[in-house]
Design a protein around this ligand. Structure first.
Ligand code: ADP
Ligand code: ASP
Ligand code: MG
Length: 467
């Protein structure tokens, strides 16, 4: 069971989480709990790190001091047993003393490396998991705090480390299985890991979902549960489209595509370990635990609606490479991609014509250098503030006229690039970032007016209209 930042954001949320876990344990389920840092803590730690590295020692320490107080207050509100309260508070003080030391050092060195950044953000999950383990124990769940960095072993690509499955499986068998067999509940932080040398790494932003899935895979769990602040995977981000509907079941392939193309509800890598071991993934709401959520399974049932959901990825750039001289030349595309490879810059979408190639990437600070390298081959221009809208559904396969309906729904919006994935389950297009929310709402209105009740939760919409 993985609980995200909002599910552990304050004492009330942690109490809700504890009752959900207690329910599973009472039902006799062996359970491993993975938690994120408390809501917004990772962002604040990153801000403290940036401030320190720019020489703003006071600013960095002020952020850390607010975080220290927030964790201390949360611990005090949750733990009433004096001995445990004092042990927990000592732990929190010690961790924040360590963090302050690092921030002071950073403000002298003035250089924030990815390795130090990972070390700094790791404090969020280290302290949240320790507090939550104590809170569980206080509520009669026999919880054991486990340092995730002893189990999740990765390579050394700081800030986006890749897990080493064989080692994780070995560590999980050695250190988690005995705890589980003892009837206890291991509680650990998501997102944080370490390389084989014991140096702290992280799995990338939103990576706690991935930790949950890696452990589910390593332990061959019956299910991987991702507990968050919405009822499941919805037909679009409910913050953009308030009448979004819950998707009851979705396939691994569809969910992976949605996650990759911006549906923040799941980290894109979450599905991989589940697919490998054929483990269902459930997305559930910790604020509404009786709701059945979304079930992600190998093959989703046939659905009358062509699409299951609409995702948006913002902060993208489009790069146009134009070279009439190189037209059809052997090795041209290879040369272009080698440049992206050299800069370790993943490409999301590609479109080629007789004379030009357009590519989209996450906006990043390597773009000027990438453009300079590409300009050795051809004329190059790039532009930021773009968004990719991605419509996903297995039932678009072989259906006529879907593209016409999509583009009719957004006829008032200028479309820069279009792609229909080879998997034939996604239709994506690139627009200006400022048009993205409006495009999603128009598409949602066009495609989810009469949703298939076997796949979408139409009852919730009826109830909302009724009230
Ligand atoms: P957590 O902290 O639990 O990991 P996140 O903030 O990472 O939660 O993800 C949940 C958020 O994802 C939701 O609050 C919602 O705004 C957003 N979201 C984006 N797309 C979708 C979607 N298709 N379905 C559900 N939620 C979505
Ligand atoms: N706390 C980390 C983040 O905010 C990981 C996560 O919550 O999944 O990115
Ligand atoms: Mg998340």
């Amino acid at each position: 069971m993985k609980f995200g930042g909002t599910s552990v954001e304050d004492p009330a949320a942690i109490n809700r989480t504890a009752s959900i876990v207690a329910g599973r344990v009472t039902a006799g389920r062996q359970t491993v709990v993975v938690v994120s840092a408390m809501a917004r803590v990772t962002d604040q730690l990153l801000r403290a790190a940036t401030a320190a590295a720019s020489g703003d020692r006071t600013g960095a320490l002020a952020i850390s001091s607010r975080l220290r107080a927030r964790h201390r207050d949360t611990a005090c509100a949750l733990i009433k047993t004096p001995a445990e309260a004092s042990a927990l508070c000592n732990y929190i003080e010690q961790k924040f003393d360590q963090l302050d030391e690092i921030l002071r050092g950073l403000s002298a060195i003035l250089e924030l490396t990815p390795r130090i950044s990972d070390l700094i953000v790791s404090f969020g999950e280290r302290v949240s998991s320790r507090i939550i383990a104590s809170a569980f124990a206080e509520r009669e769940i026999s919880a054991v705090h486990v340092d995730a960095r002893d189990i999740i072993i990765t390579d050394s690509q700081f800030q986006k480390a890749a897990p080493i499955d064989a080692l994780i499986e070995k560590r999980a068998a050695e250190r988690l299985r005995p705890v589980l067999s003892d009837g206890k509940v291991p509680v650990m932080g998501g997102f944080i890991a370490s390389n084989e040398g014991g140096i702290t790494t992280t799995l990338g932003r939103g990576g706690s979902d991935f930790t949950g899935a890696l452990l589910g895979g390593a332990l061959a769990a019956d299910a991987i549960e991702i507990w968050t602040d919405v009822d499941g995977i919805m037909t679009s981000d409910p913050r953009v489209c308030p009448d979004a509907l819950r998707v009851k079941t979705i396939s691994f392939e569809e969910a992976a595509e949605l996650a990759y193309f911006g549906a923040k509800v799941l980290h894109p890598a979450t599905i991989l370990p589940a697919v490998r071991k054929n483990i269902p993934v459930l997305v559930l709401n910790s604020r509404n635990p009786s709701n059945e959520g979304t079930r992600i399974i190998p093959v989703a049932p046939h659905c009358r609606s062509p699409f299951k959901s609409i995702a948006v990825k913002k902060k993208l750039s489009i790069i146009d490479v134009v070279a009439s001289r190189m037209l059809m030349t052997h090795g041209y595309l290879k040369a272009i991609f080698e440049i992206f490879d050299k800069h370790q810059c993943p490409v999301d979408m590609v479109s080629t014509s007789e004379v030009s190639v357009s590519l989209t990437v996450d906006s990043n600070d390597k773009l000027p250098q990438i453009a300079a390298d590409l300009s050795q081959l051809a004329d190059v221009k790039y532009e930021g503030k773009k968004a990719l809208v991605c419509m996903v559904g297995e039932d678009i396969r072989g259906q006529n006229g879907i593209a016409a309906q999509v583009f009719a729904a957004i006829r008032h919006i200028n479309v820069r690039m279009i792609s229909q994935g080879a998997s034939e389950i996604n239709m994506s297009f690139m627009i200006e970032e400022d048009d993205a929310d409006e495009a999603v709402r128009s598409l949602h209105a066009a495609f989810f007016q009469d949703p298939d009740p076997s796949v979408f939760d139409v009852e919730a919409r009826k109830a909302a209209i009724g009230s």
